[in-house]
Ligand binder design. Structure first.
Ligand code: GH3
Ligand code: MG
Ligand code: MG
Ligand code: MG
Ligand code: MG
Length: 302
């Protein structure tokens, strides 16, 4: 059975008729974890908590009807990106169009035919699974598994705006492996790739606070987004990263600053405002990194 038809998927059934919920649960039970709600408010609550992959949504319910539930679900990212299939006895072109306009992906007429329900649910679970897989591929670096630069650019923009609203600081650390060209020349590109992966993993494991994000910025460069830090926390973090990579003890006899793989880290910190920008923050970190390189590498600085 494919992964999208397994206990990894979850399906929320919303209907004010409990018998119908029971029937649908039986029909779909082997497709994933079944959740249910008998009203709109409860449905929204469950959707926010559980982020189901798919929702089967009754249109006629009171006080909150299916359209309203659907619009709320589609309006707020907190609900995740679930596929919504409407169910209604009130068939007709206008209703069908209204359902799709509200943000649903499909429409099932009541009374329903179990094989049709299964076929449609299966199709939408597959599409949902495929689009999630594509989205993840687009956001990650295939070699290290870290977020890629495109994703980082989006993340820094939105963090910047969020912290600007709250007048809170945003820090970044730009990380560059020392004498990595020499490493490839001495140990070969395959060993170079393995070392990049090991450093990436170490950076990720060392970055623990919620909201922090590590990305591969370019070849042998990484970047970390650190919301709500102060100068001393950021400096401590930078020192800890350098120590973490040194502690991997990956031999690098062609390095001119150590016998092992080391990194240099450029730090920068600002409280976002109108007068400055994420690219200024990155420029500052780049200048700091350049200084760290000039001052002998294997170090971090502002
Ligand atoms: P510095 O200490 O000044 O940073 O010296 P460096 O040699 O690390 O700097 P430079 O920018 O000259 O070289 C970076 C090297 O990183 C060159 C490139 O071959 C290597 N590199 C970039 N991406 C990859 C990759 O995906 N795999 C491997 N094996 N090497 C890579
Ligand atoms: Mg109803
Ligand atoms: Mg570099
Ligand atoms: Mg360089
Ligand atoms: Mg380098």
């Amino acid at each position: 059975m494919p992964a999208y038809l397994s206990k990894q998927s979850s399906i929320l059934i919303v209907d004010d008729d409990i018998n119908l919920i029971h029937m649908l649960s039986q029909i779909l039970k082997d497709f994933g974890r079944i959740l249910f709600a008998t009203g709109g408010e409860k449905a929204l609550e469950i959707a926010k908590e559980q982020k189901p992959d798919l929702i089967l949504l009754d249109v006629e319910m009171a006080p909150m009807d299916g359209y309203e539930v659907c619009r709320s679900l589609k309006h707020d990212d907190a609900f995740g990106n679930c596929a919504i299939i409407f169910m209604t006895a009130n068939v007709g072109m206008e209703v069908e169009v209204a359902c799709l306009d509200a943000g649903a992906v499909d429409f099932i007429a009541k009374p329903f035919n179990p094989p049709v329900v299964r076929a449609r649910v299966r199709t939408h679970l597959r599409l949902k699974h495929n689009s999630a897989a594509l989205e993840s591929l687009a956001q990650h670096d295939a070699m290290t598994g870290l977020y890629n630069r495109g994703y980082f650019n989006q993340a820094i923009e939105s963090e910047y705006r969020r912290l600007q609203r709250h007048h809170l600081p945003l820090g970044i650390a730009l990380v560059d492996i020392d004498y990595f060209k020499n490493y490839n020349d001495s140990y070969g590109h395959i060993a170079g790739d393995a070392t990049l992966i090991a450093v990436a993993k170490a950076l990720e494991l060392a970055t623990k606070r919620p909201g922090e994000l590590v990305a591969r910025y370019g070849g042998e460069e990484f970047v970390v987004l650190l919301p709500q830090v102060d100068k001393s926390i950021l400096l401590q973090y930078g020192l800890m990263l350098c120590e973490t990579v040194r502690a991997l003890q990956i031999p690098h006899t062609a390095s001119r600053c150590s016998q092992h793989i080391t990194i240099s880290v450029g730090l920068s910190l600002m409280t976002p405002s109108q007068d400055t920008s994420p690219s200024k923050l990155l420029e500052q970190a780049d200048r700091a990194l350049y200084q760290a390189k000039n001052n002998g590498r294997n170090r971090c600085q502002f």
